[in-house]
Write a protein that binds this ligand. Structure first.
Ligand SMILES: *Cc1c(COP(=O)(O)O)cnc(C)c1O
Length: 398
């Protein structure tokens, strides 16, 4: 029988769980787009978005998913034939780099593998070897959503600065903004991209590009700038529609406004601490399951693990069996393994991910872990004991 009826829990790394308050805020008639409350709301959203990223720089909003902001970041700053240094720790910088190549940008990619964060020594060597200072930008993710690697962006920024290299530091915080600590200005990040559907708890469809004065300077030289993706009218609109270069995404904005209210009610420090604590509970459960079995966290070093998504593996095809069981029998959808093996490869069915980003609390996390535990038992998948006890001990220490 299925015990899956009741409120479903989508525990995949985006789209994340949307709070009822966000959904209710969106449930209203279309507003006047020419004047009044909508304009005031957008004027208030801009400074609040900046607060979430700890920046006094600029933010442009695009009606786009995360991929759209990748293109905005590249086209606003670079020219055909420019070189960038891409630091891959999973899949997402690889995708960003492929996009750059298609735009005619030359990409030098360092691949740090799929289970560890960037090695600053290698980055330093690469930048020091670039005597002509030909790299215009360094591309990196804070959290790679495929591998669940978390990179130390502050240390990377210091490393770049110590070499005296002028490359712009461009960071993808799609899966980490409002989950993991991120301080754009004090860390010296030049450009950051994020999307609405992860830590910001709003449906997919809004992309955010944050940037500083160095990026505004770079745009003056960039020959890839196009009318739609150009950030200039968006940050300095003479008329309201220029914020979005067309009709405002009215209902996404209603949802985002409420999500930002929730973020400030809880407070960023508390949000980061909540994500860190729930992550520890998840890791400790996996470590217990892994005793004497094939179950493994993808990232060994706790400091290199994301606080919003956890990638794991077990002997195939158990991961796929487990995902099916948790969805159909218990109402919890877990994430597929992404980029770890080709879907046609039997090894693919040994990878999965759990998301813990945005609107998640202790009962959702402990419930999700209990469901995995039940699934392991129902499917006779070998696993160590004590996972739920270990997770609950972490939660009880909060
Ligand atoms: C989700 C995600 C993206 C892509 O976002 P889309 O909205 O699917 O285009 C990019 N980078 C990271 C790190 C992500 O987690």
């Amino acid at each position: 029988m299925s015990l899956g009826f009741g409120r479903h829990y989508l525990a995949i790394p985006g789209p994340s769980v949307m709070p009822d308050r966000v959904l209710q805020a969106m449930h209203q008639a279309a507003p006047n787009i020419y004047e009044g409350a909508l304009h005031e709301m957008v004027d208030g959203i801009i400074p609040d978005l900046k607060k979430v990223a700890k920046t006094s720089g600029e933010v442009a909003i695009y009606i786009a998913n995360g991929h759209g902001t990748w293109e905005a970041a590249l086209t606003n700053t670079l020219s055909r034939g420019d070189r960038v240094l891409a630091l891959a720790t999973g899949r997402f910088v690889v995708f960003w780099a492929i996009m750059a190549e298609r735009l005619g940008i030359e990409v030098d990619l360092i691949d740090f593998g799929k289970s560890s964060s960037i090695d600053l020594n290698q980055v330093e060597d690469k930048l020091n070897a670039d005597h002509e200072k030909s790299y215009q930008a360094v591309l990196v993710v804070q959290t790679d959503t495929a591998s669940s690697v978390r990179n130390d962006i502050e240390a990377l920024s210091e490393c770049i600065r110590s070499t005296g290299h002028p490359a712009l530091l461009m960071v993808d915080c799609m899966a980490s903004l409002a989950c993991d600590r991120f301080e754009m200005d004090s860390w010296g990040v030049d450009l950051m991209v994020a999307g609405s559907q992860k830590g910001l708890m709003t449906p997919p469809g809004l992309g955010f590009m944050y940037f500083n004065h160095r990026v505004i300077e770079a745009r003056k030289r960039a020959d890839l700038v196009t009318p739609y993706w150009d950030f200039l009218p968006r940050i300095n609109p003479e008329v309201f529609y220029e914020y979005f270069y067309g009709t405002a995404p009215t209902h996404h904005l209603f949802g985002l406004r409420e999500a930002l209210n929730m973020i400030f009610e809880e407070g960023l420090d508390q949000i980061w601490a909540r994500h860190a604590k729930l992550s520890q509970a998840i890791w400790s459960a996996f470590e217990s399951w892994g005793e004497g079995s094939s179950i493994r966290l993808n990232i060994k070093e706790p400091q290199q693990r994301s606080h919003s998504v956890t990638s794991a593996s077990m002997d195939p095809p158990h991961a796929t069996e487990l995902r099916r069981w948790t969805e159909h029998k218990a109402g919890v959808t877990l994430g597929i393994g992404l980029g770890m093996a080709d879907p046609s490869d039997p090894a693919y069915h040994g990878f999965f991910r759990v998301a813990h980003m945005g609107h998640v609390n202790a009962h959702m996390t402990l419930g999700m872990l209990s469901v995995i535990d039940a699934g392991l038992k129902a499917l006779n998948i070998p696993h160590g004991d004590g996972a739920l006890e270990a997770a609950s001990r972490i939660v009880s220490s909060a």
